[in-house]
Design a protein around this ligand. Structure first.
Ligand code: AMP
Length: 284
């Protein structure tokens, strides 16, 4: 497995591969490390569909809107590299922060209105940071397909928008959320949950499932579905909902009635750890 530290070397790696055989394809899995089975599911799919798989591991400072969140974000690079080797990743791109953001860099990408609701409202600047780093990573890796998790539902929608608006020559693929056995969505931040908060966090998938069940049973009113989620979360003293939104799966426009496919997205504080999750609400 190659470990690559600069965008120039990364570009060169893909270029050499394609020069050898232009029919080879590269799948790319961008991450911030602290790898878990969710990340590795993206790797498996990339390996299934592509000749080579590249993962990036970069804790991107510009997408954190709290210094404490950035400082306490789990960093487990040597374990991560071992997991990449075991999973059959061909190259890992691990640039330093000053390489991705050299002194004097000021250009950022503003994804526009799609990035203003939900996470965008509660984490100002977050998606500008995400969009900027993803475009820089795509530019370095030059993949055919880039893989993202639906766990970060708005992130995928924002990236699809950016890729389309900037005519980037990459296919964006999104894959389902991988969950712990009790339903909690896997997240690098789960390790920061205290034992009590970890138990309380089970309320998140429970609340989402309640809305899914109500929708399947015929409930169309988004306010009622939203209230059902808030009620379920309110049982847990350690949980505090930051937002519960029922939105269109592509535009993320808020819906008042769940007539076709819709997605319910939540952000919930479990004690001092903020978690996000979502589920599709199907009416058939
Ligand atoms: P992160 O390292 O948290 O930035 O995540 C890197 C990629 O893995 C993103 O595309 C995430 O959406 C995806 N991911 C994170 N958690 C999960 C999960 N539980 N299931 C599937 N994909 C995930």
């Amino acid at each position: 497995m190659e470990i690559i530290e600069t965008p120039e070397q990364m570009c060169q790696w893909t270029r050499e591969l394609k020069t050898r055989d232009s029919s080879l394809t590269v799948g790319f899995v961008p991450t911030m490390g602290a790898l878990h089975a969710g990340h590795l599911s993206l790797v498996s799919e990339s390996k299934r569909r592509n000749s080579k798989t590249v993962m990036s591991i970069f804790v991107n400072p510009t997408q954190f809107n709290s210094a404490e969140d950035f400082d306490t974000y789990p960093r487990t690079l040597s374990d991560d590299l071992q997991k990449c080797r075991d999973a059959g990743v061909d190259a890992v791109f691990v640039p330093r922060t000053d390489v991705m953001y050299p002194d004097g860099a000021t250009t950022t990408i503003d994804p526009g209105s799609i990035a203003e609701s939900m996470e965008g409202t509660h984490r100002p600047g977050h998606f500008s940071g995400v969009a900027t780093i993803v475009v820089k990573l795509l530019h370095a890796v030059q993949p055919d397909i880039a893989y993202f998790g639906e766990k970060d539902f708005q992130q995928v929608a924002v990236i699809r928008r950016v890729v389309s608006d900037l005519d980037l020559a990459v296919h964006v693929e999104s894959l389902p959320t991988i969950r712990e056995s009790d339903g909690l969505a896997m997240s690098s931040r789960n390790v920061r949950l205290s034992p009590a908060a970890r138990i309380a966090a089970r309320a998140i998938p429970r609340a989402l499932h309640r809305a899914v069940d109500l929708a399947v049973a015929g409930e169309r009113n988004a306010h009622i579905l939203r209230d059902a989620i808030l009620d379920e979360l309110a049982y847990e003293k350690l949980c505090r909902a930051e937002y519960v939104e029922i939105v269109h799966p592509v535009t993320l426009a808020p819906l008042t009635s769940v007539d076709a496919d819709a997605v319910v997205c939540v952000a919930v504080w479990c004690d001092d750890v903020r978690l996000i999750d979502n589920m599709h609400l199907r009416t058939h």
